[in-house]
Design a protein around this ligand. Structure first.
Ligand SMILES: Cc1ncc(COP(=O)(O)O)c(C=O)c1O
Length: 432
């Protein structure tokens, strides 16, 4: 059998197009309006990125990247291990370790590769427990290592105890989880995970790809949000989301990080991060540290949009974050709603197969602190019209809805919290 055969079959599946819509690899160009992108020459509100703090187009990051390029060139021309490491790499590693309150940190050229570093730590006899919705890169790290992988359901952490306790003597035990889940926008049950890890003497690894910079009192992510940083052994994160750059970091005890740095194939056999990319991430980290108001605004915007959508009759699932899921459960309707939103000037993400099983299609939406109040209102108007036209929401808004309480740091939460179960009247300010 020719290995190219499947490619010919694939060409006829119309991957880019679905029901006549150009869904994947949509060409985007920069817009003159912050918070917007050009699609087919038209400026539309960008509500489908992971740029949670709106830093990807911040001029300070661009400046840092240009300066680093002038100083250090455009690429590293090889592995840091063999071809040498640059000051900017070490500065970023030190800054990440200090920010995350860990002894040491090691970089990788992408968030995906950062998680593959874990393969350097795991052996084939080790037993790894992971949430069933963990990111593909965490699953691939376990596969690469040949370790045994058991998946648990988000609400079934305690029931997973048997799987860990049955690990053969001598086997390493690890629980690995996304901090904030990328599609549903809900949090891992870190208190249950760390309690289980204590009982089973397992190590805990949290991937803070979506929560770094956004959650926790100082933006250190989900472990900080839960006040459980000292119970998490390793943190991985990417710079491609809240930090507006690319690359990632694994942080933890110095001896572990040193071992990984020297042994993990995903760093030893790959070129170091481009200096510009590392410098942009370093500049972003500094902004995260010094401008907490961005995080506050990001969470305010998220809460406002969750509740604005709920007031219209949309379901936003169990998300407590800037990721707003809208379950649709039907591919044709999902794409119709998506296209109508785009026609009305709002770009969101349609999540259909292969990203989502049939019958669980959804839209994934996120706004940033860069979006103006006028853009947010425009987006809600588009959602009102498109949702009604497609029958996803009722023609008349519900009389009340259950508000979302965003995962804020405790001090902020006390100021803004309402009980999650309490219904609030629909505000005419956000419903047309
Ligand atoms: C939870 C999680 N981990 C890791 C990654 C990989 O990060 P990157 O895209 O920076 O390679 C992603 C990306 O979507 C992710 O959602």
């Amino acid at each position: 059998m020719d290995i190219f055969e499947k490619c010919r079959d694939f060409a006829s599946t119309g991957f880019y197009e679905s029901y006549g819509h150009r869904v994947y690899l949509r060409p985007l160009r920069p817009s003159a309006h912050p918070g917007e992108v050009l699609i087919n020459g038209r400026s539309v509100v960008m509500a489908g990125s992971n740029d949670y703090l709106g830093l990807a187009r911040d001029p300070r990051l661009a400046e840092a990247a240009v300066r680093a390029t002038r100083l250090d060139g455009t690429g590293c021309s090889g592995s840091r291990t063999l071809c040498g490491t640059r000051d900017i790499h070490e500065q970023l590693e030190d800054a990440c370790a200090a920010f995350l309150g860990r002894e040491a940190a090691v970089l990788a050229p992408s968030g995906f590769q950062t998680n593959l570093l874990l393969a350097g730590l795991l052996g084939k006899d080790d037993v790894v427990l992971g949430d069933r919705h963990n990111h593909a890169s965490l699953v691939d790290a376990v596969r690469l290592a040949g370790a045994r992988y058991h998946r648990y359901r988000r609400d079934g952490v305690a029931r997973a105890e048997r799987l860990l306790s049955e690990a053969p003597p001598g086997a390493g035990r690890v629980i690995v989880t996304d901090g904030l889940f990328s599609m549903e926008g809900d949090l891992c049950d870190l208190p249950a995970i760390t309690a289980l890890a204590d009982r089973c003497r397992a190590r805990v690894v949290v991937d803070s790809a979506h929560d770094l910079g956004l959650l926790g009192a100082t933006g250190r992510g989900v472990p900080e949000h839960f006040g459980l940083e000292d119970r998490v052994d390793l943190v991985t994160a990417t710079f491609s989301k809240s930090l507006g750059s690319a690359g990632g970091v694994l942080a933890g005890p110095a001896e572990v990080i040193n071992f990984v740095r020297c042994r993990a194939r995903a760093t030893v056999f790959t070129a170091g991060m481009a200096p510009s990319v590392a410098a942009a991430a370093l500049a972003a980290l500094d902004i995260v540290r010094t401008e907490p108001e961005r995080r506050t605004r990001a969470l305010e915007v998220a809460e406002r949009m969750h509740n604005g959508l709920r007031a219209l009759g949309y379901d936003t699932g169990n998300s407590v974050s800037a990721i707003i899921p809208i379950p649709i459960g039907d591919k044709v309707r999902c794409l119709e709603l998506w296209q109508r939103l785009l026609d009305a000037g709002v770009y969101v993400n349609p999540v259909i197969a292969p990203g989502r099983p049939e019958g669980q299609e959804m839209l994934r939406i996120s706004f940033t602190p860069v979006h103006s109040d006028a853009q947010l209102e425009r987006a809600l108007e588009a959602f009102a019209a498109a949702g009604r036209a497609t029958g996803v929401i009722p023609r008349t808004p519900p009389g009340s809805f259950t508000p979302v309480r965003i995962a804020r740091p405790p001090a902020l939460a006390q100021e803004t919290a309402r009980p999650r179960s309490a219904a609030v009247p629909v505000s005419t300010a956000t419903v047309r």
